[in-house]
Design a protein around this ligand. Structure first.
Ligand code: SAH
Length: 361
């Protein structure tokens, strides 16, 4: 009975919240004009903005230098849709995975990856994913919705706090390699990065941020035109159309030729090196012809290839290639002057590694 009662209260709250606007969708300028139209000082907008973004206020009550009447007026008109870390799991290698509950009760995951010298946040950009990579657990969830800029930003703040708490240092790097395809939620990702890099947000250098994409040519061109300052990683996995389409079906629409043209344009405009994420699978892309195609594909610009370990997600349709195949890749890439690293996975025991984020909870 009590459960039923709380459910009614909850639904009622959700109904009210629906009619109010999310105050964190407002820019500082918009908040300033809002207060002016209320006959108040524009400066009040700065104060509220500071509470929301620098002091991470979760309620209007928290805004103690704002008068009670103004706080009530805000309460009547707006909501603060903050995220909540529902569950935090720690891996034996120090990796932390957060299950993050959003205001509408959907859940995304974000990961803190510590090394000796850095702490990296791996954040989500969508609930589920728009794409259909066969080897990725997230692709099994349909894309439910895009994350808002503040929901992306909040994941970063939560990990920054955890980094300070558990490792006594602030967050140093961010990768958009969690759930979702960041270039299919481009505007919100850009807004979140603006906040992360602005002095009023976290003041982080864009050079410490990597946006990882499966390769959406149109959006790569847009990023190049906008001269973005963060780094680009492309999840390639095969430089042969037929193979890539069989493991990443959207490649039938965004073909390797289109992707390559967009990347050439990116390099022309930004002069920024491109990183390729690449898993070598047994019997899929583990032959000399595969690595030769990769060398051809990335010859046009300074490139780095990260050979990432496969994190099994299912019944064994995909298997990590034998060491000899990985060695062949490393040798051939190095002989052709392409930087290559072999990456070990982190956080596997808690399903926090690449491609394992699938909302188990
Ligand atoms: N959609 C973006 C970002 C999310 S995926 C992208 O595709 O880049 C982050 C990285 O994990 C990508 O390089 C992806 O190809 C890789 N990945 C997905 N599933 C994996 C798995 N099971 N094992 C290892 N890497 C995986």
């Amino acid at each position: 009975m009590a459960g039923f009662f709380y459910r009614i209260i909850y639904l009622w709250k959700v109904e009210i919240a629906k009619n109010k606007r999310d105050i964190r969708a407002f820019t500082k300028e918009q908040l300033r004009s809002f207060f002016e139209t209320q006959g108040d000082k524009a400066f009040r907008g700065n104060q509220v903005y500071e509470w929301l973004w620098q002091k991470s206020a979760h309620t209007f009550e928290d805004m103690t230098n704002i008068s009670k009447e103004t706080r009530q007026m805000l309460e009547d008109n707006f909501v603060i849709n903050h995220i909540k870390v529902d569950q935090m799991q720690r891996s034996s290698d120090g990796t932390i995975k957060n299950a993050v509950r959003l205001h509408d009760d959907l859940i995304v995951e974000s990961v803190l990856i510590p090394t000796k010298t850095r702490t990296t946040a791996c954040v989500s950009s969508q609930v589920g994913c728009s794409l259909d990579c066969k080897f990725c657990a997230t692709s099994r969830l349909k894309r439910m919705r895009n994350l808002n800029p503040d929901e992306i930003y909040d994941q970063v703040v939560a990990i920054d706090n955890e980094s300070r708490l558990y490792f006594n240092r602030p967050l140093s790097n961010i990768v958009f390699m969690g759930m979702g395809e960041p270039l299919m939620n481009y505007n919100n990702v850009i807004k979140a990065i603006d906040k992360i890099t602005s002095p009023e947000g976290l003041g982080m250098s864009p050079k410490r941020i990597i946006v990882s994409t499966s390769g959406v040519p149109k959006m790569i061109r847009k990023m190049a035109d906008e001269q973005v300052k963060f780094k680009l990683a492309v999840s390639l996995h095969s430089a042969i159309d037929e193979i890539r389409t069989s493991i990443m079906p959207f490649n039938a629409t965004f073909t390797l030729a289109d992707l390559r043209e967009a990347l050439e344009y990116w390099y022309l405009k930004t002069k920024s090196r491109i990183t390729y994420e690449y898993v070598v699978w047994d019997g899929i892309n583990d032959k000399q012809k595969d690595v030769n195609a990769l060398v051809d594909f990335c010859r046009f610009a300074p490139s780095k290839v990260n050979l990432i370990e496969y994190n099994p997600i299912d019944d064994g349709e995909f298997q990590q290639a034998k060491n000899a195949a990985i060695e062949m890749y490393v040798k051939t890439l190095e002989q052709n002057g392409i930087t290559v690293t072999v990456r070990r996975s982190r956080g596997k025991d808690i399903d926090a590694a690449c491609g394992q984020l699938a909302n188990k909870s």
